[in-house]
Design a protein around this ligand. Structure first.
Ligand SMILES: NC(=O)c1ccc[n+]([C@@H]2O[C@H](COP(=O)([O-])OP(=O)(O)OC[C@H]3O[C@@H](n4cnc5c(N)ncnc54)[C@H](OP(=O)(O)O)[C@@H]3O)[C@@H](O)[C@H]2O)c1
Length: 328
C-alpha cells in the first residue's frame, strides 16, 4: 500500500542527483517508483536505501523508447524527471541527442497527463540554460528571465555545447507543454549550477569530479571555475521536494547556493585541506576563463526555501565519499 504522502516517480534513479532525491523522498514518507536503464551494472545502493524494501519500486526505462516510462508513472501523484543524456563527447550528433532528450521528455509528460493522477511534474533543468547570453555578460547577477542564446553559445566554441542545447530545448518544451495543457498538468523547473557534495554510487559523478579539479589536478576543468556557482546535492534534493509541495510553485526556479572564483576556491581549499597540493592563485593566472555571472535564487527563497549547506559541507562530503570509495 502507498504511504500517506503518495507515490512519485523519479526518472534516472541511478544518477547522482536522482539517487540522492530518491533517498530524501523515502525519508520524507513518499513511496517512490524510479527508472533505470537495463544495462546498469549495480543498483544495490538504491535497493539498500532506508525504507527501500517497503516503498521503492524499480522499473526499466530508456529515453530512446519513451513508452517504457508509462508503467513507472502510473498511479503517481508527481514526477521528477532527471534522466538526461549526459555524454559531453561529441560522438553523437546534436540532432540525435536532442531527439532522445525531447522525445523521451514528451513521452513522460504525455504519460503523466494521461495518468490523470500526476498533478505536478518537476523538470531538473540546468544553469547552462540561463548563463550563455551576451546581454547577461556584464550583469553581476542573473535570474530566471534569462535564456541561453544558441548563437552566442556556439560563438564560444565550448566542449559540451550540445548538452547545453538539449537542456535548454528540453526545459522550454516542458514549460510549453504545461502552458498548452492548462491546469491538467503543472510543470515546474529547477535550475541548478554545478551540483557538489557526497554521492551514493561507486563512481565519482562528473560534476563532483569537476568541482574537485583543483584537488585532482584536472586542469581541463579550471577554466569553468574562473567564476562560477555551486550548490550542495542535499539542498538540490530538498529544493525538488519543496517546489513539488509548495502550492503556488510556478515556472522556473534557480537553485544556486554559492558564487565563487577560482582564486577564492584555491585559498579555501588550501586552508581547509592542507594535506592536498592545491595550485596557488598566482599559478592559475594563465587560464582562459569561462566566467559566469552570479545566479539569483531569490525567487526560490521567497517561497520559504532555505539553503543549508555551504562550500564546507560540499567539499567535506565529496571528499568523504571519494575516500570511502577509494577514489582519493
Ligand atoms: N550534476 C550537476 O551538476 C547538474 C547540474 C545541473 C543540472 N543537472 C541535471 O540533473 C540531472 C541529473 O544529473 P546527474 O549529475 O545526476 O547526472 P548522472 O549521474 O549522469 O545521471 C544521469 C541519469 O540519466 C540516465 N540516462 C542517461 N541517458 C539515458 C537514457 N537514454 N535513458 C534513460 N536514462 C538515461 C542515466 O542512466 P545511467 O546510469 O544508466 O547512465 C543516469 O541515471 C540531469 O538532468 C542533469 O542535466 C545536473
Amino acid at each position: 500500500m502507498d504511504s500517506k504522502k503518495g507515490r512519485v516517480c523519479v526518472t534516472g534513479g541511478t544518477g547522482y542527483v536522482a539517487s540522492w532525491l530518491v533517498m530524501r523522498l523515502l525519508q520524507n514518507g513518499y513511496s517512490v517508483n524510479t527508472t533505470v536503464r537495463t544495462d546498469h551494472p549495480d543498483i544495490s545502493y538504491l535497493k539498500n536505501l532506508p525504507n527501500a524494501p517497503e516503498r521503492l519500486q524499480i522499473f526499466n526505462a530508456n529515453l530512446d523508447k519513451p513508452e517504457t516510462f508509462t508503467p513507472a508513472v502510473k498511479d503517481c501523484v508527481g514526477v521528477f524527471h532527471l534522466a538526461h543524456p549526459m555524454e559531453w563527447n561529441e560522438n553523437e550528433t546534436e540532432e540525435t541527442k536532442t531527439k532522445r532528450a525531447i522525445g523521451g521528455l514528451l513521452g513522460i509528460l504525455q504519460a503523466s497527463l494521461d495518468s490523470k493522477t500526476v498533478k505536478r511534474f518537476v523538470y531538473t533543468s540546468s544553469a547552462s540554460t540561463v548563463i550563455f547570453n551576451a546581454s547577461c555578460k556584464n550583469l553581476d547577477t542573473i535570474d530566471e528571465e534569462s535564456w541561453t542564446d544558441f548563437d552566442f553559445l556556439r560563438s564560444l566554441g565550448l566542449k559540451g555545447a550540445s548538452y547545453v542545447i538539449t537542456k535548454t530545448l528540453a526545459e522550454r518544451t516542458a514549460l510549453e507543454f504545461s502552458e498548452k495543457n492548462g491546469s491538467s498538468l503543472e510543470v515546474v523547473t529547477l535550475v541548478p549550477p554545478f551540483i557538489h557534495g557526497p554521492f551514493l554510487g561507486d563512481r565519482c559523478p562528473n560534476s563532483v569530479k569537476a568541482s574537485l579539479a583543483l584537488i585532482f589536478g584536472d586542469e581541463e576543468y579550471y577554466k569553468y571555475f574562473a567564476r562560477t556557482s555551486l550548490v550542495h546535492v542535499d539542498d538540490v534534493a530538498r529544493a525538488h521536494i519543496h517546489v513539488f509541495e509548495y502550492p503556488k510553485a510556478k515556472g522556473r526556479y534557480i537553485c544556486s547556493a554559492v558564487g565563487v572564483t577560482i582564486d577564492k576556491l584555491s585559498e579555501f581549499l588550501s586552508t581547509r585541506y592542507p594535506e592536498y597540493r592545491i595550485p596557488k592563485p598566482d599559478s592559475l593566472k594563465g587560464i582562459e576563463p569561462v566566467e559566469f555571472s552570479e545566479l539569483s535564487s531569490r525567487k526560490l527563497m521567497e517561497t520559504g526555501f532555505e539553503f543549508r549547506c555551504g562550500l564546507e559541507e560540499m567539499f567535506d562530503g565529496a571528499i568523504r565519499s571519494c575516500k570511502e570509495k577509494g577514489l582519493l
